[in-house]
Design a protein around this ligand. Structure first.
Ligand code: PBG
Length: 330
């Protein structure tokens, strides 16, 4: 059948019809809100390159998360730590008293039903800003995997609900899975940053997390953004190693990869709507060049439409609030 019998505009006639045939809808259940937690008390410090995003000390983070749950119903967070001190290998993070394990314990105590995903990586904790231990001016894979396992165990012991390794070392999912299982944490899932590209879209995050590499870049471990087939190899490896959820990151320039991953596997796919993607929207909205509410809805919907089951986004709270304001279902 074709025109004039077929008229696709019939199903676009009014909002009731359009809503009836809408294929994709983002809800609060899909969204994870990232937070940066620092030491000290009573600290809420803005991140210049990410308007609306802050470093919170644990006491204020608890208040903020409580408010988020009350206002939006979002109860899933991804935690990044801002430590007081750093070292060559990121061992400061392998301490039960480190900022993230401490935050996890206190958050869980205050808000037992919160779901906490802990980012597992060394870049926030190393003096040089790379994601692992340096040997001959490059990150040594296997030495780094050891510190990642140690960090994972501390995070699991503190009560993290899900671990999310973001380092891109080979074999780390296998090592972390074995470490968790041997440590009695068989029930803690791994959400692997399986397909993480070496990307300029992480720029604002590195300011926020104080994790800019002091020399070179991350291209010996993060993926080349020109590659698609390699992404499928990364996903396949991580699934074989025991990942429960795979992630594609960044999201927007990589929606083709999100779709391909979703077609390739039956395990849940997450996409990370990263800092640079957020900051570009914020900057354009501040200039009055785009309608932030509308553009955010379009962006998040496109990520879900591409096949993401889970979306990590700094817009998560604003999105749900604006949907509620419009009395839309979230
Ligand atoms: C740590 C990590 C990064 C991000 C998440 N985990 C930064 C990086 O790899 O440099 C980026 C998140 C964002 O840009 O929002 N390895």
């Amino acid at each position: 059948m074709t025109f004039p019998v077929t008229r696709l505009r019939r199903l676009r006639k009014n909002s009731t019809i359009r809503n009836m045939v809408r294929e994709t809808e983002v809800t609060g259940d899909d969204l994870i809100m990232p937070y940066f937690v620092c030491t000290g008390r009573n600290i809420k410090k803005g991140v210049a390159s990410m308007p609306g995003i802050y470093h919170y000390s644990i006491d204020l983070l608890i208040k903020e998360v409580n408010k988020m749950i009350k206002d939006t119903g979002i109860n899933k967070i991804l935690l990044f730590g801002i430590p007081d001190e750093k070292d060559d290998e990121g061992l400061v993070a392998c301490d039960f008293e480190a900022v993230v394990p401490n935050a996890i314990r206190k958050l869980k105590e205050a808000i037992p039903h919160i779901l906490i995903i802990a980012d597992v990586c060394n870049c926030e904790y190393t003096t040089h800003g790379h994601c692992g231990t340096i040997v001959d001016e490059d990150v040594d894979n296997d030495l780094t995997v050891n510190t990642l396992v140690a960090q994972s165990l501390i995070l699991a012991e503190a009560g993290a609900d899900i671990l999310a390794p973001s380092d891109m070392m080979d074999g780390r999912v296998d090592a972390i899975r074995k470490g968790l299982d041997n440590g009695g944490f068989q029930q803690v899932p791994i959400m692997s940053y399986s397909v993480k590209y070496a990307s300029a879209f992480y720029g604002p995050f590195r300011e926020a997390a104080q994790s800019t590499p002091q020399f070179g870049d991350r291209s010996t471990y993060q993926m080349n953004f020109s590659n698609r087939k390699e992404a499928m190899r990364e996903i396949a490896e991580d699934i074989k190693e025991g990942a429960d959820i795979v992630m594609v990151k960044p999201a927007l320039s990589y929606l083709d990869i999100v779709r391909e991953c979703a077609n390739f596997t039956n395990i849940p796919v997450a996409a990370y709507n990263v800092s640079g993607e957020y900051s570009m929207v914020k900057a354009a909205a501040e200039m009055g060049w785009v309608d932030e509410t509308k553009i955010v809805e379009e962006i998040l919907t496109s990520i879900k439409r591409a096949g993401a089951d889970i979306i990590i986004s700094y817009h998560a709270i604003d999105f749900v609030l604006s949907m509620k304001k419009q009395q839309r279902r979230v």
